[in-house]
Ligand binder design. Structure first.
Ligand code: UD1
Ligand code: CA
Length: 459
């Protein structure tokens, strides 16, 4: 196998997106489109991966810096000019260079692999990845001669009516003989409607030098969608969503309404999980078997244990054990660790807290910066008062404790093992184990006083 190199073109501002964000950073299912391209390219065994970014595109660099080398194209003078920026890093190398646009996030590794293999087999100097487009508007068209050989590519804006009728399009992905590519790029001019140095002109240049050029027609046009505006971005989101959801369904998850279920590319879902409509599961989340998620639930970077049910809730960067009931309307914020068989009920917020096995926080509570043991019952309306305006403090509730409704636990404070806190208490001192703590005003009943009040109101 020849050495393989890749150049990703990602310097365009993407005017048609009408956005301050660089086009290639617009996310598709939560991940920047250029990152999708890199992820799918990587397994093709590349010796070098170079991404061309725009001047000042620090955000693009920050995103891809870990996964790719980059070069800067100071002015966006066209795709041919963009590839030339990688010349210093690549020019002396023998092998195949794949060039991919950073705005085609749906092309799969299989397609890249097939393109490489086709190119290496035919020994062509250039191979274009082409597709049959139902509506080719906007794409470069592949012009073939009478022998059906590829002659050149003509951009939509430069094409004649006759050329515009061609439905075979340039997907913007190519394999080149590396040295032939940089040689031919020197001859590309900007004599066209857009005044740009077009990379596709390399095809005609090679052809004129009697070099062999070829095309690999992929049967999956859908994959090659180029994202130039927000309409195409939404289409890409749909296609990616469908692809990921189908993978999970084939692996044994039930998606009640796949059109309304959004699962990120790095999510793991085990078998017999059921996902109800309106759920969004992203990041590196892992959903263990037989869990039920949704409806209308957002889970980001969480582990959800076996048989756990999460309804109408939001959970972020947390670990939820097995057989836990969450929601409806719970908010599990970062760094929560919920034990097995626990319950986090309606209108409960948990932040940076451990909740032990079999412990219940069933209604209307805030548990923040707390360490709650096993078999604890936290009554309705309990608040851990964790913040004095400057610092956060820890609340500890030991195993088997029982916190009565509407209690305030002013941190730092510990409720000992097996202790009871009476309803309505405001606790600001530690509660010893196995004791009952009552911290509220005593009740006074004034018999017959109600009549007096009513009489007063009549005056
Ligand atoms: C390009 C192709 C077209 C093809 C289509 C497929 C050219 C001239 N045309 O058109 O034949 O059908 O892709 O989607 O190549 N870029 C730079 N620097 C620049 C210009 C562009 O890095 O100076 C990058 C962009 O960020 C983008 C990619 O190159 O990721 C393609 O550029 P774009 O302007 O979207 O080209 P299209 O008009 O879509
Ligand atoms: Ca494009």
């Amino acid at each position: 196998m020849a050495n393989r190199y890749a150049v990703i073109l990602a310097a365009g501002q993407g005017t048609r997106m009408k956005s301050k964000l660089y086009k290639v950073l617009h996310p598709v299912l939560g991940r920047p489109m250029v990152q999708h391209v890199i992820d799918q390219l990587k397994p093709t065994n590349l010796d070098k991966l170079v991404t061309v970014v725009g001047f000042g595109a620090d955000m693009v660099k920050d995103h891809i810096g870990q996964t790719s080398e980059f070069v800067i194209q100071e002015e966006q003078l066209g795709t041919g000019h963009a590839v030339l920026q990688a010349e210093e890093l690549l020019k002396d190398k023998d092998g195949t260079t794949i060039v991919v646009c950073g705005d085609t996030p749906l092309i799969t590794n299989n397609t890249y692999q097939a393109l490489f293999e086709h190119h290496e087999k035919t020994g062509a100097k250039a191979t274009i990845l082409t597709a049959q487009a139902p509506d080719p508007t906007g794409y470069g068209r592949v012009v073939r001669n009478e022998q059906k050989e590829v002659e050149r590519i003509v951009e939509h804006k430069d094409a004649t009516e006759e050329e515009r009728a061609i439905t075979e399009i340039n997907t913007g992905t190519y394999c080149f003989d590396n040295k032939a590519l940089f040689e031919a790029l020197k001859d590309v001019s900007n004599d066209n409607v857009q005044g740009e140095y077009y990379l596709p002109d390399v095809i005609e240049i090679l052809k004129q030098k009697q070099q062999k050029v070829s095309a690999y027609l992929t049967p999956t046009f859908e994959e090659t969608l180029g994202i130039n505006d927000r309409v195409a971005l939404a289409q890409a989101e749909q296609i990616m969503k469908k692809r990921i959801n189908e993978r999970h369904m084939r692996n044994g998850a039930t998606l009640i309404d796949p059109d309304n279920t959004y699962i990120g590319p790095d999510v793991t879902i085990e078998s017999d999980v059921v996902i109800y409509p309106g759920s969004i599961i992203t990041g590196e989340s892992i959903i263990h078997s037989n869990a039920e998620i949704g409806p209308h639930t957002e889970i980001t970077d969480c582990v959800v244990g076996e048989k756990t049910v999460v309804k109408q809730s939001v959970a972020t960067n947390s670990k939820i054990g097995a057989r836990v009931q969450v929601g409806p309307y719970a908010h599990i914020r970062p760094q929560a660790a919920i034990g097995n068989d626990a319950k986090i009920g309606n209108f409960v917020e948990v932040k940076k807290s451990a909740i032990g096995n079999n412990s219940k926080v069933s209604h209307l509570s805030y548990i923040g910066d707390a360490d709650v043991g096993n078999n604890v019952n936290v009554g309705c309306g309990t608040i851990t008062v964790n913040y004095d305006g400057r610092h956060k403090y820890l609340t500890t509730i030991e195993d088997d404790a029982f916190i009565g409704c509407n209690s305030n636990l002013i941190a730092p404070v510990t409720v000992g093992k097996g202790a009871y806190v009476a309803a309505g208490s405001t606790i600001n001192k530690d509660v010893p184990k196995d004791s009952l703590s009552i911290a509220r005003a005593r009740q006074t009943n004034k018999e017959g006083y109600a009549q007096k009040l009513k009489n007063r109101q009549k005056d």
